[in-house]
Design a protein around this ligand. Structure first.
Ligand SMILES: [Zn+2]
Length: 670
């Protein structure tokens, strides 16, 4: 479940003035880190302290990478052939910026023209991509037409080429039909991204390289003054007067000169290592029932497998045994492909649990069973022993979790939900999380679990924040890929990642890889800080770990639960479902006891039936189900599953007879 999306820097502030862009980048940075923001604030200072010319440079380059297309003609209902080039749309209302529409089919139209000059830049030979943003608490099915011809149909569409080898004066009529949706639709604007002609230096790449350097220098440089001077020199080299006079050759020469200067900073920037870990957060049920999730899983896994064929360095990371079990059961050929990718080390299994449950309300035994059933399934089907706990979206985390994980053979934990806290922020990114019994797991808070870009500026900003929290940190894992309703990494995201992993780029070291490869690399660099923190001690004032020796990273220990200050009401909403969770746990455990006694008398032990019951029980512990944070329909659906779990669990061992009839009647909550 996702109600907030973190800092919006990933959605680059196209067309914003430099001041506005800086405000987005750095206020985002500063708002997110309430403790130890020295490096981030230094990064803000370093750019704002650069010359007026430098600020203009970044602003002007920012205005070159997209065609402005803010105003659209809008028709609030369906009509025949709204895509027709002969249609007179002059009576349609104008839509600009964000617009809420109905649930019905609506149309948008606009004539897009390649300008003679975009803010002084000649776009001849550029490729211009089109993407249209709308949502209705989820993707909106849409049809896109260029000059009356259908070019795309679907939801969550990737950008489409509008102009290939653009020529000034070229025109295309774009029409977008948004189909019926369950919820009200919202128009979120369009994006016309420019890929510059390949025979010219790329102004957007240079802008991102300069900004990335500006962010990283204060955090990782040992000589900030000298490196800032180099950055300033690179900014100064860019000739804005040549752009004003539309002298393309002179402007290009200045870009090349700038890049040759910033190249000197490359060894420094590459000290930051960014592990790009593709994944997809799939909610087992939220705004949809679990039956739809089966299809979501199938489409997400099929996309991941397809993209592995196209991108040889791409790895995919996925949790929840239930999802793989659906695929093994319904699409065995796809499961065979997954097995091959697992053997190659490119498909990574994490989590170990049956689904990603709420990690506060289920009984401890239910959490243990979720791992037991999940890990056994992965071991049997794939020969994989899962070692990374994975639950980025639960609404609170019990203090016993490190103990449960550690005793289940899990050594690492990835989550991030507490970063959404509305009041107090944890000052950690990497830490030992220790249970009352002393068991501890190495815990990592990534910046979100579904980043939709691999933009080096966004990544550099996240790295600086992570390093503020973990002194000496040189490695960060980024979780990218569309999530909640599945999806995973897209071709557009992977293209961006591939582009920025090329050796000619002046950026941090970026490489695709699994979560395990990240932990294995990072673990060697840990220096544990002796201080142990909990809510009482941290309220008195947090002291970050001391700066460790070069090449090492200092991490503290947290010895308490992880309380989430947001999504309140989750402990009381959908009380029937919560009662069913508890009843099912008690009944299943009682059934096991009675069945064990019966087994002592010679009856067969109903192990398979009980395992199947635990799968249903632990499925219903899924975080949005347990929290009651989704639609009512799937709660009713979950209740029906609870009932069947109860039938399976209430086994007396007395000739296979159940005593379920009376108890299960009250499980029906529809
Ligand atoms: Zn979720």
């Amino acid at each position: 479940m996702r109600f907030v999306t973190g800092i919006g820097v990933g959605n680059r502030a196209k067309g914003a003035s430099f001041a506005a862009m800086l405000s987005v980048v750095f206020m985002g940075v500063l708002a997110f880190v309430q403790a130890q923001a020295q490096s981030a604030s230094q990064a803000a200072e370093i750019v704002t302290s650069l010359s007026e010319h430098s600020r203009s440079v970044i602003g002007r380059l920012s205005d070159l990478d997209h065609l402005p297309a803010e105003e659209w003609r809008f028709h609030a209902s369906d009509l025949a052939h709204g895509e027709s080039t002969d249609l007179d749309d002059s009576s349609w209302q104008m839509a600009k910026g964000r617009l809420e529409t109905s649930k019905d089919t609506v149309w948008f139209r606009r004539l897009v023209v390649v300008p003679q000059s975009l803010n002084g830049y000649d776009l001849t030979g550029a490729r211009i991509w089109f993407s249209f943003h709308a949502h209705a608490h989820g993707p909106v099915p849409e049809i896109i037409y260029f000059n009356g011809r259908r070019v795309a149909l679907g939801d969550d569409l990737e950008p489409i080429v509008l102009f290939d080898n653009a020529k000034p004066g070229e025109k295309i009529l774009v029409a977008v039909k948004l189909l019926n949706t369950v919820d009200t639709k919202r128009f979120g604007g369009t994006e016309l991204k420019i890929d510059f002609a390949e025979n010219r230096p790329n102004p957007e790449d240079i802008r991102l390289e300069l900004l990335s350097a500006a962010l990283l220098i204060p955090s990782i440089s040992k000589d900030v003054t000298a490196d800032t001077a180099t950055l300033q020199k690179a900014m100064d080299a860019i000739d804005l007067k040549a752009l004003d006079s539309q002298d393309q050759a002179k402007f290009d020469a200045s870009l090349k000169q700038s890049r040759s200067v910033v190249e000197e900073l490359k060894p420094l920037l590459q000290q930051a290592n960014l592990h790009l870990t593709g994944n997809s957060h799939i909610d087992a049920a939220w705004l949809w029932p679990w039956t739809e999730t089966v299809d979501v899983v199938k489409r997400t896994f099929a996309t991941a497998l397809q993209l592995m064929n196209e991108y040889p360095n791409y790895t995919y990371t996925q949790s929840a045994a239930q999802y793989n079990a659906w695929i093994a059961d319904k699409y065995p050929e796809m499961n065979e492909q997954i097995k091959r990718r697992i053997k190659e080390g490119r498909w990574e299994i994490v989590g170990g649990m049956w689904v990603e449950p709420d990690l506060n309300m289920p009984d401890g035994e239910a959490q243990v069973r979720s791992i037991l059933v999940g890990k056994r399934w992965f071991q049997k089907e794939y020969g994989v022993d899962v070692r990374i706990g994975w639950n980025p979206d639960s609404f609170r985390y019990t203090w016993q979790l490190p103990q449960i994980y550690k005793r289940s053979g899990i050594d690492y934990f990835v989550t991030q939900k507490t970063a959404w806290n509305d009041t107090n922020q944890f000052p950690f990114k990497l830490f030992w999380w220790e249970s009352p019994d002393g068991s501890k797991v190495l815990t990592y808070f990534p910046h979100g679990y579904g980043n939709k870009d691999l933009d080096p500026v966004r990544l550099s900003r996240d790295f600086v924040i992570a390093r503020d929290h973990t002194p000496g940190l040189t490695d960060m894992m980024d979780l990218y890929g569309v999530g909640d309703h599945g999806g995973g990494p897209t071709r557009a995201i992977l293209d961006e990642g591939v582009r920025w992993t090329q050796p000619d780029k002046i950026d941090p070291t970026m490489k695709f890889g699994t979560a395990q490869s990240y932990f294995t690399d990072f673990e060697k660099k840990i220096v544990s800080d002796p201080r142990i923190w909990d809510y009482d001690s941290i309220a008195k004032g947090y002291q970050p770990p001391s700066t460790p020796p070069d090449g090492k990273a200092a991490i503290p220990t947290w010895k308490s639960e992880l309380y989430f200050e947001y999504h309140r009401g989750v402990m009381t909403t959908q009380a029937d479902h919560k009662r069913n969770m508890r009843d099912s746990e008690e009944q299943a455990l009682n059934a096991e006891k009675f069945a064990s006694l019966a087994w002592l008398k010679g009856d067969p032990y109903p192990g398979n039936e009980l395992t199947e019951a635990w799968k249903k029980i632990t499925f219903n512990d899924f975080h949005d189900l347990a929290a009651g944070s989704g639609i009512a329909r799937r709660e009713r659906c979950a209740c029906a599953r609870s009932e069947s779990a109860g039938v399976g669990a209430l086994w007396t061992g007395d000739g296979g007879r159940t005593i379920a009839g009376r108890d299960c009647a009250r499980h029906l909550c529809a």
